[in-house]
Design a protein around this ligand. Structure first.
Ligand SMILES: Nc1nc2c(ncn2[C@@H]2O[C@@H]3COP(=O)(O)O[C@H]4[C@@H](O)[C@H](n5cnc6c(=O)[nH]c(N)nc65)O[C@@H]4COP(=O)(O)O[C@H]3[C@H]2O)c(=O)[nH]1
Length: 688
């Protein structure tokens, strides 16, 4: 073949430079011999000349290099004349770009050169890829998708649409979408769905849709409007899910929050809310209400002898019997354990109240068959009426409880209406004891914390844990009302163990969150102090919580030590060996001689509130306080003054050398979250 004339070669070069496709010629060693400007532009360079001499490998995405090399080899070996293939070039900025190449060979200096014309197909490849992906999403997503025209006539649906609605694509095609326009959607259309779509191009909300089998279900639907070139809406794309399961879960959760999981009756907290609303409504309408407090007699015996499972079955059956005796709008709640509460509205007359109570009692008297055993129990019912026996839920519940107690006292299986003579002290105590027995398992106790501050510089150095009882009918009860009773009945032992566990748990939680609060002080009552398992209880509380033992301070009253001074020495010594610190509470009231103190392993003395109260006016209190501080310091003990209410008391105590102060002047006892706030805000400093 004759060599091209110089003119032809010039023209070819010119043609190559003008070309809209990229052209490059490679030597058989893979370096660039010639490249046009279009090729250079595709690769991110200014001029084709810049590429001359560069190895084609550096202009190719590494993952496609072997493909390129194979194609070059087959041409160089004469196996192929022209080839066509696509690969990714590597641009100057490191990005990749798809090109479609037509490759051939031409003679060059007695050998062969490779000629490549490259077409930029990047956009095309990407859009094909996107459309493949969109197809895959359309096919495989769990959301139903439907595409309609501007009149909501269905053009396409995906498999999930069929799964949710039951309609196959051919059944849905060309029909107007009922979900978007049908009766279930009417309210939304009226509420401006179409305007929203026209204005914002998007709408979402809940639709009622009907499946092929005729059943309705809630669909969470989101519609997007697609516009044509002239800006008009040409299509809608709807994406929806079947909301049934979520709705059911929401309803179930709401139900669980308000109902007792065993019997399905209202629980105590929802009863209190409903009852308060009923009282308000009755007050507005000038109506009366009747409240029953129902307690199953001998339930505990069944539970103890046949086990919890049988007990549970009995409760469910008893609840069902009570429900059968009432009208649907009477309120029936499980108050706790074997106690139920009924509220009758609409001014029930006295005779009717008694008749309904008797019906409830009779229903429980019928034998129950549980696990093949026949069981006989009975019920005692106390009743109180609004507004005659109380104007708020708590008072009415308390009075119905008192009346119930009277019914039990009269030999059980009876109904008793409350009257004012019933509320005497002895009975109150009995009731209190009764509910105290259930209070731990019902988680009715809380700990409050009163901070202790350094008298000298105001820094926080500890907090005393003080128990509170959130009583179901009496509200927040302070320890003065029940600690003595708990002592007398022995309930203080499990209660005290709970206090220890809870205080240690809370202390460790604060520690983990970085609070510097010094020590947590926990009161030990005399009965706890003499209980055999005290050391094990302390050890367990520390062990379970992980609170360092040095951060726990145990407060023992002077009286408790004096009850048995010899044993106290040994016990205190062993407590010390656990690593806790020990303080003597109410110091000055227990007639211990100050001199005898030195035989006890103590860390702190707490000056009783009764002395603090008198200072600085009362000379005796002043003298006692000064003496306690002086001797305590001689014995290397710290002194805390409790019940500090005034600035004068504080100033006096500071001047007397008292180490720490605790009292309303600085802070009331606070809930765990309040005291955190206090530390944070107060920068752990008392203001005085
Ligand atoms: N007037 C006055 N009172 C102040 C002032 N600052 C604090 N107080 C109150 O004084 C009591 C101090 O606790 P305590 O002497 O150990 O006296 C305690 C303690 O003996 C006992 N107690 C409290 N929690 C527990 C506990 O968890 N276990 C045992 N065994 N006893 C506890 O009940 C007692 C009374 O506790 P609270 O009612 O919480 O009463 C707390 C506290 O609220 C003040 O400035 N002025």
């Amino acid at each position: 073949m004759p060599a091209p004339s110089a003119e032809l070669e010039r023209n070819l070069r010119h043609f190559s430079e003008q070309s809209l496709v990229g052209v490059y010629v490679l030597r058989n060693d893979g370096t660039v011999l010639h490249a046009n400007d279009k090729m250079a532009a595709m690769l991110g360079y200014q001029r084709g000349a810049e590429l001359v001499g560069m190895p084609v490998a550096s202009l190719t995405a590494p993952e496609d290099l072997s493909l390129l090399q194979e194609n070059m080899q087959s041409r160089l070996q004469g196996d192929a004349g022209t080839v066509q293939y696509s690969y990714r070039i590597l641009r100057r900025d490191g990005t990749r770009h798809w090109v479609e190449v037509h490759g051939s060979v031409c003679p060059h200096e007695g050998g062969t050169a490779l000629v490549e014309t490259a077409l930029d197909v990047n956009k095309q490849v990407q859009s094909e890829w996107q459309s493949r992906m969109a197809d895959r999403v359309f096919e495989s997503t769990s959301e139903g998708i439907l595409i309609t025209d501007a009149e909501f006539r269905i053009l396409a649906v995906n498999p999930a649409f069929t799964r949710i609605t039951g309609y196959r694509p051919e059944e849905a095609m060309d029909k107007r979408s009922r979900m978007m326009t049908g009766p279930g959607a009417q309210a939304e259309i009226n509420r401006g769905m179409l305007e929203r779509l026209a204005r914002d191009g998007h709408w979402q909300g809940e639709m009622k849709d009907r499946r092929k089998d005729g059943s309705w279900y809630p669909a969470w639907l989101s519609i997007s409007a697609i516009r044509d070139n002239r800006g008009g809406i040409s299509n809608y794309v709807g994406v929806f899910t079947d909301n049934t399961i979520r709705k059911e879960a929401e309803t179930k959760l709401a139900f669980l929050a308000d109902h007792d999981s065993l019997t399905g009756l209202r629980n105590r907290s929802s009863l209190m809310r409903i009852f308060a609303q009923q009282i308000e409504a009755a007050q507005a309408a000038g109506e009366t209400l009747a409240l029953f407090f129902v307690d199953l007699d001998r339930f505990k015996t069944v539970n103890d002898t046949l086990g919890h499972h049988a007990g549970d079955q009995l409760l469910v059956a008893a609840a069902e019997r009570l429900r059968e005796q009432l009208r649907p709008d009477d309120v029936l709640a499980r108050f706790g354990g074997d106690e139920f509460v009924v509220v009758l509205g609409g001014s029930p007359p006295q005779a009717m109240i008694a008749a309904i109570a008797q019906r409830l009692i009779n229903s429980i008297l019928q034998p129950f068959t549980i696990n093949g055993h026949e069981m006989f129990i009975s019920a005692s019912i106390g009743s109180a009426a609004y507004p005659e026996h109380g104007e708020d839920a708590i008072t009415l519940l308390k009075n119905a409880d008192i009346a119930m107690y009277h019914a039990k006292d009269r030999g059980k299986n009876a109904f008793q209406l409350f009257n004012k003579e019933m509320s005497n002290h002895a009975l109150e105590q009995m009731l209190l004891e009764n509910s105290l027995r259930h209070a731990i398992e019902r988680k009715e106790f809380e700990l409050y914390y009163q901070p202790q501050f350094s008298a000298q510089d105001g820094a926080i150095c500890g907090a005393e844990a003080l128990i509170r009882w959130r009583h179901p009918t009496r509200g927040l009860v302070t320890p003065g009302m029940f600690i003595t009773l708990a002592e007398q009945t022995g309930l203080i032992v499990p209660l005290g163990a709970w206090v220890l566990r809870e205080a240690c748990r809370q202390g460790k939680a604060w520690l983990d969150r970085g609070y510097q609060f010094g020590r947590i002080a926990v009161n030990l009552s005399p009965r706890q102090f003499s209980s055999d398992d005290l050391l094990a209880t302390i050890d367990n509380a520390l062990d379970q919580s992980g609170l360092p033992s040095a951060m726990l301070e145990l407060e023992i009253t002077e009286g408790a030590i004096m009850q048995n001074p010899q044993e106290a020495v040994v016990l205190l010594q062993r407590m010390r060996e656990l690593g806790v610190t020990i303080s003597v509470d109410d110091f000055g009231t227990g007639y211990s001689s100050l001199a005898s103190l030195k035989q006890y392993p103590l860390d702190t003395l707490k000056i009783d509130r009764s002395f603090v109260k008198g200072i600085p006016a009362d000379a005796d209190d002043v003298a006692i306080t000064e003496a306690i501080v002086a001797i305590a310091h001689k014995l290397h003990l710290k002194v805390v003054a409790e019940g500090v209410e005034s600035q004068e008391q504080h100033d006096f105590l500071r001047a007397a050398g008292c180490d720490m102060v605790q009292g309303y002047l600085h802070s009331q006892p606070l809930t765990a979250s309040e005291i955190e706030q206090h530390w944070y805000l107060g920068g752990a400093q008392a203001e005085t």
